[in-house]
Design a protein around this ligand. Sequence first.
Ligand code: FAD
Length: 566
Amino acid sequence: MGFVHSWILLNCAAIILLLPSLCYPETAPYSTFARDATAAPQEAYYDYIVIGGGTSGCALAATLSQGSKVLLLERGGLPYGNPTISDIRGFALTLADISHSSPSQLFVSTDGVINHRARILGGGTAINAGFYSRASSDFVARAGWDPQLVKESYEWVEKKIVFEPEVKQWQSAVRDGLLEAGVLPNNGFTFDHLIGTKIGGSIFDKNGHRHSAADLLEYAHPSNISVHLHAIVQRIMFISGAKPKANGVVFEDSNGMKHWAYINNGSNNEIIVSAGALGSPQLLMLSGIGPADHLEANGVEVILDQAMVGQGMADNPLNALIVPSTEPLETSLPQTVGITAFGSYIESLSGIVEFGWANSLPPELLNQSKQVNKMTRQQESPEVKAAVDSYLASNLQVGILLEKVMGPASSGHLELKTLDAKDNPKVTFNYFKDPQDLHKCVKGMETVIQVVESKAVSKFRYRTESVKFYMDFLAALPLNLRFKHLTTTFSLEQYCKDTVMTIWHYHGGCHVYKVVDHDYKVLGVDALRVIDGSTFPFDSPGTNPQATVMMLGRYMGQRIILERSS
Ligand code: FAD
């Protein structure tokens, strides 16, 4: 049976790495407390209601359940028993699944970049590329977090789900290429965020088996926690007063039946939104917290006029080169990373790719994407055109090198499109609006090119293929919906802008001090917090966010328990 895996299909499942499948049965280790929402009571009471069983939500709910009654509501299903999710080789297949029940919900920002958001217990950690790296100490200091509790919280996560990867030929060559390109020093294997070249952690174990934030629920107190799956929270409810107080939620099960969950009386009981960078601002707006004119225009009753909800949405731009290899390469998701002093991160992956996008993008997106690529294809020489076309028709061994812009400095906003929480909101990220981001991208791509031309990586390259050819090749792929220019593959600035993709590290929408306070309490209302990646202001914490988002769930869980007992 053929089984599909990938990466740079990155945004649009355009490229798919092929491998034989692994099949093994697997069930949730905690099946006693996770059940489908169709079996949920119509009305029930808890001390904490956590909305979103994702990266932070699972860590938070498991922690809070130590001493309180907790309800965790997740719109997706379990990540167990399905090798597409559990096995490293299923990475691309999950993203290529565009059905309504897919664990990955496709969205396209108004910038024309194809993107995905999780819809499954474990959230992003159940569908992501697995690279694990802690935030820099500078990020921790700027966030005002207690460094000792941060360290303990990272360790709590790492003990359960993080592994040292086995580094094979391609990832070793990239490490050596980065060192040759001057991304120094060599920091070896470390979870820490340090300038230089390093091997990071992974939530895939040595057998390529994924461990996700859902596994952190093994830490939960089984008789204190209820997890409802396929439970879509449509709205948070409030008791009106001088200061509105959140007191419950309405959620819908997969049969469309409504259920009501309330928090018990008591000043410490709360609702905590952990629905991710798109889901959390969207849900606040659907519940009446957001810019009053926007809410009124959409027919939402205003509970609190809050102009900053949905502002500061940022996605780190990603640009890449695909390098066809003369010899077989291991299938790898990122293990080696180059952290440059100028704010660009370099990562890599490898394996066999099939350029099978026709099956994995909705037809209208595929057509749009092909249209906007026309310009670059018209100016290809006959030799390049023939080579690109033959690659597009075949399965190839490739290494992919990519760079991500740190920050970024550019940001945009989110708006409601419909009043149904199932639907994607409308998101604008404004890639490269701030010239700093473009500058970092160009420098990052220059370093990527140096790595491609290094001795270590060159040994895998076909002699006849130049960097310009790799640029032409990538620009010919339907990887985004952005218009390509005559200069796309002649100028790195234009290449950055025209071939930008996502690394899925989008964040913002509920920034600290703008929407929530330092304790993640929503400003202007009581009994409501937001704890997830939507609170990160302008920066994803180091190379990759998942470590810090899980850490934050644990960290805030501990802090909330402490508040309750004092
Ligand atoms: P999420 O984990 O998305 O959690 C939000 C949860 O809320 C979801 O489970 C969602 O289903 C649920 N939800 C939303 N709305 C509702 C609602 N109305 N009712 C009920 N439930 C709701 N990071 C890394 O560090 N390393 C990587 O290698 C990496 N690769 C990535 C690859 C991909 C394809 C993706 C998508 C992300 C990747 N990331 C990676 C990013 C990282 O996974 C995310 O930044 C992180 O998981 C976000 O966590 P979160 O808790 O903010 O949101």
